[in-house]
Design a protein around this ligand. Structure first.
Ligand code: ADP
Ligand code: ZN
Length: 519
């Protein structure tokens, strides 16, 4: 039997294991189960590839990423490993060739799509073969509350029932404590050893700015800091992806669009160009990225707020996989919160699902509005502690100025209350600033005690107060009621003056960009 280390060297060409790879590999070689949480780029593949080569029989890898199986298998073959895949892209002949190789004991690694694996025909095939282990990649797809849920994954617990003696490893890059438990429970991995490794990506600089003139902000970032670099720009809608890609091309960038509505050949073509050419900017919806292994992505920019911290972490994690400096820039605004909230409310999930979506969104907004180290908050969300501020996020590099916002917060909360918790931020701010517009008059809000008590702050300053109160849970955006602001239990102490609140001053940078664009 070859040793794990000699395979690492001679097959894969690396001289040392990274992080917890060795411990995970040893666990599987011994025949025990494992649950592996490792950030994107951490080196999850070797964790099952090497034990599959050390153990007798063929390792079966369940992966939802059909588009990438060919590449993975080609790379393994180039390293001299006899690997194959079974998915819907193969002809009958091709598939039966692979099946024969498996039964003859010639295959060392077999990639299978989950929907295929759970078919009785495939399970019977596997029962007749010699299997060394099962690896369940992207295991968070089993989580019903996660954003990548796939129903086929739920059935993967049958692997434990039908192959009780074959070791299984589940791997994922996204998992807060809750998802982790859900994976263990649904995949019957209660006795598995858990390996949670460093979620910190110290080479990624996190920057979160207010959307002011987003195009100018982006342009300045690309020209001043990222000239000639490869990167990904995420937008919420397909339409915005296309418009943004077109505009960047007009501005002289090598920008390509990517979203699920484009013909699959075009999508594949753009993906290939992004992987093979230098300095391509991919403008994409979240349909782009899962499983993409391009080491030198120098930046990931978000033009819209991601819908959760997990999504933000996973999407930004595609930058800097080579360990070199990279930047994650997010531009956000209150309108994003309203829009995402409405999308969640309009989805066909049940009440619990919607509530969780809303909580996730509020946590994401919280990350945007904090005044302390972003990385500390981000890692805390994944159950890790960073003892010192990181020194490589915008809050660390340019500490935000704060001010005592207790009084203005009281004004805002009172105004939300007096207007009946039925109006969005724009109207509430109009009332506070004493606007005489039609809507204010129509509802007779000029007769309220809170009318005009907030003329000292600008509209933008008020919006910043609204965002921060939402982010910290004093106000809620009611997505069912067209983004109406509502009070929460939490705001009582603040309203009674028993609690103080420090607010963030709108950062100078965003306004500087705004001023320049106006001249
Ligand atoms: P993940 O699946 O966790 O996103 P991969 O398995 O694709 O990560 O590995 C990311 C990169 O790191 C790959 O290019 C891989 O070859 C490389 N890598 C993995 N393990 C090691 C190691 N022990 N030494 C050097 N490079 C490694
Ligand atoms: Zn920091």
């Amino acid at each position: 039997m070859k040793s794990a280390h000699s395979i690492l060297e001679h097959v894969f060409g690396y001289d040392a294991f990274r992080g917890q790879q060795q411990a995970i590999i040893d666990t599987l070689i011994q025949g025990d189960d494992a649950l592996v949480l490792m950030p994107t780029g951490g080196g999850k593949s070797l964790c099952y590839q090497i034990p599959a080569l050390v153990r007798d029989g063929c390792g079966v890898v369940v992966s939802p990423l059909i588009a990438l199986m060919q590449d993975q298998v080609d790379a393994l073959k180039a390293a001299g490993v006899n690997a194959g895949f079974l998915n819907s892209s193969l002809s009958m002949e091709q598939a039966s060739e692979i099946e024969q190789a498996l039964l003859n004991g010639e295959l060392e690694l077999l990639y299978v799509a989950p929907e295929r694996l759970i078919q009785p025909r495939c399970l019977n095939l596997l029962k007749r073969a010699n299997i060394s282990l099962f690896a369940i990649d992207e295991a968070h797809c089993v989580s019903q509350w996660g954003h990548d849920f796939r129903a086929d994954y739920l059935q993967l617990s049958l692997l434990h029932e039908q192959f009780p003696h074959i070791p299984r490893v589940a791997l994922t890059a996204t998992a807060d404590e809750r998802t982790r438990q859900e994976i263990a429970q649904r995949l019957d991995l209660q006795n598995a050893a858990h390996f949670v490794s460093g979620f910190d990506r110290p080479n990624i600089q996190y920057r979160i700015e207010l959307k002011d003139k987003p195009r100018q902000q982006l342009l300045q970032f690309l020209r001043d800091e990222q000239a000639g670099n490869a990167g990904v720009i995420y937008c919420l809608s397909r339409n915005k992806v296309e418009k943004t890609a077109e505009w960047l091309s007009d501005e002289g960038f090598n920008a390509l669009p990517y979203h699920a509505g484009l013909p699959s050949e075009l999508r594949a073509h753009h993906q290939q160009r992004f992987l093979r050419e230098d300095g391509i900017i991919m403008v994409a919806t979240i349909a782009f990225g899962m499983g993409i292994d391009k080491p030198d992505v120098r930046f990931v920019a978000h033009l819209d707020l991601p819908k959760s911290i997990e999504a933000y972490y996973q999407e930004t994690g595609r930058a800097g996989r080579d360990g070199e400096a990279a930047t994650a820039l997010l531009l956000y605004g209150l309108e994003d919160v309203v829009k995402l909230g409405q999308m969640a409310a309009g989805s066909d999930g049940n009440e619990q699902f919607k509530r969780l979506e809303r909580q996730r969104l509020e946590a994401m907004l919280g990350l945007c509005e904090i005044t302390s180290c972003r990385r500390q908050t981000l890692l805390r969300y994944f159950g890790e502690t960073l003892s010192e501020p990181c020194g490589n996020c915008d809050c660390c590099l340019q500490p935000p100025v704060t001010w005592d916002g207790s009084q203005v917060s009281q004004k805002l909360l009172s105004c939300v209350y007096r207007t009946g918790q039925r109006f969005g931020a724009n109207h509430v701010v109009d009332v506070l600033r004493g606007s005489t517009n039609e809507k204010v008059m129509q509802f007779k809000h000029d007769q309220l005690s809170t009318y005009g008590i907030g003329r000292d702050l600008s509209v933008n300053e008020w919006r910043a107060v609204v965002r921060q109160l939402v982010a910290r849970g004093y106000l809620r955006v009611d997505a069912d009621a067209y983004g109406a602001l509502c009070l929460t239990e939490r705001c009582r102490a603040l309203l009674r003056g028993e609690e103080q609140i420090q607010l963030r001053k709108t950062p100078a940078k965003a306004s500087a960009v705004g001023t320049r664009s106006r001249t």
